[in-house]
Design a protein around this ligand. Sequence first.
Ligand SMILES: [Zn+2]
Length: 182
Amino acid sequence: MIPGLEPVPLRELQALGTSRVWDVEGQLEAMPSLTPVRGTLRAEHRGNLLEVEGSLQTIVCLRCDRCLGRFNQELKAESKELIWLGDEPTEELLAEAGLDSETPDGLVDFLNPRGDFEPERWVFEQLSLQMSVVNRCGDLCPGMPQATPEPREPSTAVTVDPRWQALQDLQSSLQPDGGDHD
Ligand SMILES: [Zn+2]
């Protein structure tokens, strides 16, 4: 938990009448990082909308998908979002708020106006978005680890298939012994 980033009731932000600013410094439980997550976050209640913007950075340790080596990656997020306050917005409501329903500029989410805004979750989401789907340690990636040859199993004695074994037994029973030749 990042200190000071406790959920805050949206009504409290509304009552504030101005934007609230958080200083961010700490570790996210859901995303362990080498350096604390640092930055700032600002949220402003604008009636139907919550405007949130933040500037965040941290360094995480990742594992390369190719060589399986560990490497550090800096994550930086500069984000600005509009969160709709209410049920999923209809086109009319969006139009009223001056937003184009086709391309609701920055409108990404909606929240219950009687619920809470969770600054820490927002920070986590913004940094998660910066993570690449595929992790590569860089241009100097040594590539796939060479498969070390498995020590060979000592070859087991040739075993005869039981069906052949039966045939062999039959053959030897049919063969006359050496003594009958005379
Ligand atoms: Zn690599």
